[in-house]
Write a protein of this length. Structure first.
Lengths: 274, 99
């Protein structure tokens, strides 16, 4: 029974991995990775790592993959149309849309090299793992006795994490905090704190500025831009034109983020808002 | 099923992820393939932990998941920032640091 389950789960994991690499649309790649993670969780269960399997399904296949789906949906068609189809200006090849077979020659070389290198990595790993001469590698693992504190249960892992690996645990939590702060800094709407001029242009200081400093990427700034008062004055002068739905159906925020060219540059160039 | 089979699966998954990192040009998919490589390593860790009946490998696998979560967090933040600056979402075109 367990060997049947192993082969089903292993086939699922490998098929999911191939799907991630091969599928052209990033959205399908993400879905393939979800399937791969679920199959891997079954393998973890077979290896008596119950807690890790549960974490894998809940955190990995649940939370992290949802993050991926959100970003794929946000970046949207530009990501999927990129795929392998953009011309490669680096080599001077402007071949327009090219399918898999019609790749410019350097890309085909890269693919061949990657396949060779991947095969090399695979063979090397096989030699390193299976040819290691460890006798226990052919066995079915250490003896296992079920129980409330048995190997792989949450009690067992929690005991290890909070006694022997306490420092690792704390470092991991700190790393998560740093990553969360970094993601907020990277992905907020304004181009960072570089826009000091707009911050300094503000005449009056309101009490909220102390609890929520300007230019820290709050939601209000995301919607209206840093120059809150000026934006509102201009919106009033324009008869509420800013922030309305544009004729092409795109909702245009009143001011666009610091980086990049605003899409309707000519109309706003005279206002000097940036 | 002996431990060796699990190790073989982990090696295959790792190699597939490596091929994906090298061939794909969309940074989103490159991140996904990085996840594949981390998962291959995780499977090997847990198989070895089972082999010795020792929980250290499982704790290390959980730490690897934490690091993967951080990496996804930062990587997706960078992709969103790249998209906002209207730079090409293509790892071959983003080469300003190349010198």
């Amino acid at each position: 029974m367990s060997s049947v389950l192993f082969f089903i789960a292993a086939a699922g994991a490998i098929a999911g991995a191939i799907g991630v690499v091969v599928l052209r649309d990033p959205f399908y790649s993400v879905l393939a990775l979800v399937g791969h993670l679920l199959a891997l969780a079954v393998l973890f269960l077979l290896l008596r790592a119950e807690f890790v399997a549960a974490v894998q399904v809940v955190v990995y296949a649940g939370a992290i993959m949802v993050l991926y789906v959100f970003v794929v949906a946000y970046v949207g068609e530009s990501a999927s149309s990129l795929g392998e189809r953009l011309p490669v200006p680096r080599y001077g090849v402007r071949s327009g849309p090219t399918g898999g077979a019609g790749l410019p020659a350097p890309r085909r070389g890269v693919r061949l090299g990657a396949a060779l290198l991947g095969g090399g990595v695979l063979i090397e790993l096989f030699i390193a793992l299976l040819g290691s001469g460890l006798k226990a590698i052919g066995g079915h693992g250490a003896p296992y006795s079920p129980g409330p504190n048995a190997y792989g249960t949450p009690a067992y892992i929690g005991n290890l994490l909070l006694t022997r690996f306490l420092l690792v645990f704390e470092i991991a939590s700190f790393l998560l905090l740093i990553a969360a702060v970094g993601a907020v800094v990277l992905a907020r709407r304004r181009g960072g704190l570089g826009d000091r001029a707009a911050i300094d242009r503000q005449e009056s200081i309101v009490p909220l500025d102390f609890t929520r400093p300007r230019g820290t990427g709050t939601m209000a700034e995301g919607v209206t831009g840093l120059d809150f008062a000026a934006t509102h004055a201009r919106a009033g002068a324009n008869g509420g034109e800013d922030g309305e739905a544009r004729p092409d159906g795109q909702l245009q925020p009143a001011t666009v983020g610091g980086g990049g060219e605003p899409p309707d540059g000519e109309r706003r160039n005279g206002e000097g808002g940036w | 099923v002996s431990i060796a089979w699990y190790l073989a699966v982990s090696a295959i998954v790792f190699a597939l992820g490596a091929v994906g990192v090298m061939t794909r040009r969309n940074p989103l998919v490159v991140l996904l393939c990085l996840e594949l490589m981390l998962n291959g390593a995780n499977l090997a860790l847990i198989a070895f932990a089972r082999m010795w009946g020792n929980g250290d490998g499982q704790v290390l696998a959980i730490v690897v998941m934490t690091v993967a979560a951080c990496e996804v967090c930062i990587g997706l933040g960078m992709i969103v920032a790249i998209y906002r600056r209207q730079l090409p979402l293509d790892v071959d075109e983003l080469r300003e640091l190349q010198g």
